[in-house]
Design a protein around this ligand. Structure first.
Ligand SMILES: NC(=O)c1ccc[n+]([C@@H]2O[C@H](COP(=O)([O-])OP(=O)(O)OC[C@H]3O[C@@H](n4cnc5c(N)ncnc54)[C@H](O)[C@@H]3O)[C@@H](O)[C@H]2O)c1
Length: 443
């Protein structure tokens, strides 16, 4: 099929590349000329495992092209995906300016019938409203369909190629069939293709994210309670997870969720509820709990320094909002950095991929370290914020030598508190029982 994708970010670029890889002719369109130029020259503006190689191969083979010219980009396409951002607006709701602008531009450049597919996460009613707005601009027939994306950054290619399900919201069976044909190669393992109305498809995406965010805030609240009652959330987690009604997934306590989706999507649902005169009490609580949880490491660290971190050096391992991405949108690490800088601490940071993005915000206010061990040199404490694999099994003896004080605040519960105490660390996880260090320091 001939496909155009408008918006070449985390979702658009992965979608375009995977669709090209399955044999379609794809043009990826973006308004940011520097991004398009970089892609045209074989570069990839974001980090996503496996993506660069796939982009290069499909571009080389002529199935994947990049342009800033929307009119030219969509000219031959049968399907035009919209994958632009839908960030949080000033009122908490999704800001749809990008969707409306792209819809208008598509309508102005529509010379043959096409199916416009909204892949961005959008409030219920957006498909219908886009169709209405486009029909004011063009007489050429078109369809608007919803096809929410469920991929996870860090595993986006795998998720796109082997989705748990594909959800499509369309009003005409022909459109369902067209999208069914497109996704058939990705659903060979009997994964379901679920057709519904655009409204139900739009809602499905939000409900999925609301439930996932709820699980995170739930387990974080329980972890905080565990800590105060000397129960260990890790034991509790295992104690509940074997119940098949509960399971293990997405029930890891931590430093709160961040990223470009959960925070804004939860607030978009709160706003959607308000717009029809009701209060989404659960989502408001999920958001509140999460905001408070983003401060959990700050509270612990400042508590350790008895409220005075002036002149202390704190190392941070992990800046991206989760491992295997360079995305720092709403990342909990940024909240910690701000608090530490405000408290007068000096901050040494390491992340395998996100440092360039963090540098853009903080410039020379932080000390950037290429290696994890470099970051902890002469630090008075280490905070672990993102669970990159390389932090899971470090050389603790080396760490004891490098840290000025053997203090670790582990926002991802990577280590065993008893072992850490035995080694001589002052160690605090999230919702773990805090043991006294048993080794004699310096012995
Ligand atoms: N990132 C994820 O993991 C993920 C997962 C599922 C769904 N989503 C949803 O997908 C959508 C896109 O998310 P993203 O993370 O890929 O965003 P992104 O910010 O990485 O990418 C959006 C791209 O759209 C481009 N753009 C904006 N306006 C444009 C215009 N008028 N014309 C052409 N290009 C334009 C931007 O330059 C940018 O490159 C959002 O609605 C998001 O909620 C994201």
């Amino acid at each position: 099929m001939k496909i155009a994708i408008v918006g070449t970010g985390y979702v658009g670029l992965v979608t375009g590349t995977c669709l090209a890889e399955s044999g379609n002719d794809v043009v990826c369109i973006d308004k940011v000329a520097a991004k398009v130029e970089m892609l045209q020259n074989g570069g990839v503006p974001i980090y996503e495992p496996g993506l660069a190689e796939l982009v290069r191969r499909n571009a080389r083979d002529g199935r994947l092209k990049f342009t800033t010219d929307l009119g030219q980009g969509i000219a031959e396409a049968e399907l035009v995906f919209i994958a632009v951002g839908t960030p949080q607006g000033d009122d908490g709701g999704a800001n749809l300016n990008g969707i409306w602008a792209v819809g208008r531009e598509i309508a102005e450049n529509l010379h043959s019938p096409k199916t416009i597919v909204i892949k961005s996460t959008v409030p219920v009613g957006t498909n219908a409203e886009l169709a209405r707005r486009m029909a004011e601009v063009t007489d050429v027939p078109f369809d608007v369909a919803s096809n929410p994306e469920f991929l996870k950054e860090g595993a986006a290619i795998e998720d796109f190629n082997k989705p748990d399900r594909v959800v499509v919201g369309a009003r005409r069976p022909e459109v369902v069939e067209q999208l069914g044909d497109l996704y058939r190669p990705f659903l060979r393992t009997e994964r379901p293709f679920l057709a519904m109305t655009p409204e139900s498809a739009e809602m499905t995406k939000y409900v999925a994210n609301c439930l996932l965010a709820t699980k995170i805030s739930f387990i974080n609240e329980m972890a905080n309670l565990c800590e105060l009652y000397h129960a260990d959330i890790n034991d509790v987690r295992r104690g509940i997870g074997h119940d098949q009604r509960i399971g293990f997934s997405f029930l890891f306590p931590g430093v709160g969720y961040g990223g470009s989706c959960f925070p804004k999507d939860i607030r978009a649902v709160i706003h959607m509820a308000k717009s029809v005169g009701i209060t989404s009490r659960m989502m408001e609580a999920v958001d509140d709990v999460n905001q408070a949880q983003k401060d959990v490491l700050t509270r612990k660290i400042l508590g350790h320094f008895e409220g005075n971190a002036q002149g202390k050096t704190v190392a941070i391992w992990g800046l991206a909002f989760k491992p295997r991405t360079d995305d720092i949108r709403e990342a909990p690490a940024l909240v910690l950095i701000d608090a530490l800088l405000a408290a007068g601490a000096s901050v040494r940071v390491h992340d395998p991929e996100a440092i360039p993005n963090v540098k853009e915000i903080y410039g020379d206010r932080l000390i950037y370290c290429d290696r994890p061990y470099g970051a902890i040199e002469q630090a008075d404490a280490l905070a672990i914020v993102t669970e990159w694999n390389e932090f899971r099994n470090p050389d603790f003896e080396v760490m004891l030598r490098l840290l000025r004080q053997p203090v670790i605040f582990d926002g991802r519960n990577l280590y065993d508190p008893a072992q850490m105490a035995e080694l001589g660390f002052i160690y605090q996880g999230i919702g773990r029982v805090v043991p006294e260090p048993t080794a004699t320091l310096g012995a």
